[in-house]
Design a protein around this ligand. Structure first.
Ligand code: HEM
Length: 206
């Protein structure tokens, strides 16, 4: 019975990593990328999302609760669960550990990022707009913190997609697993580019 429950929680953890959290991550980075086209474009795109009806309800069920569940079980998996990595080859072993390390980095980054933006808005201290992010990212320490956080989150998502395809049985043969490795590498490079390009615009204005 306990095993069944653990299996169910692990499945849910895996699914939530892709839907909705992974989809949200990509959507968030694409919307932020409007900054590259100028301050007004960014404010319009961010304002559209911010002014959606029932925004707090949507955020709670589509973002906060799924991330909270995924993060709590993720920390448990990293520090407590027994993992069987012997069945993987050298490359996959590395990817397995990087998945865990980037999970922890992403957790620290998201906690700080939400505190600095969403919590401050709720307290009435700031407005989330172009100048807020510009003010944060022109500080070189914060620029590197955000760069590492964004690249870690994207790596964690892209490499997690590989695990998702394999653990849900969509990629079983060695050949299909190889194809998924290349496909998720492209996802990693493409989405990282979108995220990092935006950070450079905020930090250096180019
Ligand atoms: C942007 C936020 C995040 C996204 C998009 C995300 C996405 C994913 C995806 C798609 C998977 C693969 C699921 C699978 O193996 O079937 C995964 C696995 C994992 N995530 Fe996350 N995740 C995020 C945040 C976190 C955080 C904050 C932690 C906390 C440490 C975490 C810990 C883990 C762990 C340990 C695994 C491996 C699970 C396993 O091998 O069974 N993740 N994540």
């Amino acid at each position: 019975m306990a095993e069944h429950r653990e299996f169910f929680y692990r499945r849910l953890h895996s699914l939530l990593g892709v839907v909705p959290i992974g989809i949200f991550l990509v959507q968030h980075l694409v919307v932020n990328h409007f900054a590259v086209y100028g301050e007004e474009s960014f404010n319009k795109a961010a304002g559209f999302l911010h002014n959606l009806p029932f925004v707090l309800l949507l955020e709670t069920f589509i973002i906060y609760l799924p991330i909270l569940f995924h993060a709590i079980l993720g920390v448990y998996i990293v520090f407590v669960a027994k993992n069987n990595v012997k069945r993987f080859g050298f490359f996959r072993n590395w990817m397995f550990y990087l998945q865990r390390i980037t999970g922890i980095i992403t957790l620290v980054f998201i906690a700080w990022h939400v505190f600095e933006t969403r919590v401050q808005v709720a307290l009435g201290n700031v407005d989330v707009d172009y100048s807020l992010m510009e003010g944060i990212l022109t500080n070189p320490v914060m620029f590197w913190f955000y760069l590492i956080g964004v690249v870690s989150a994207v790596f964690h998502f892209a490499n997690g997609l590989w695990g998702f395809f394999v653990s849900w049985g969509f990629a079983q043969s060695p050949r299909s697993q190889k194809i998924v490795t290349y496909a998720t590498l492209i996802v990693f490079l493409f989405v990282s580019y979108i995220g990092v390009r935006t950070l450079i615009k905020f930090a250096y204005g180019v």
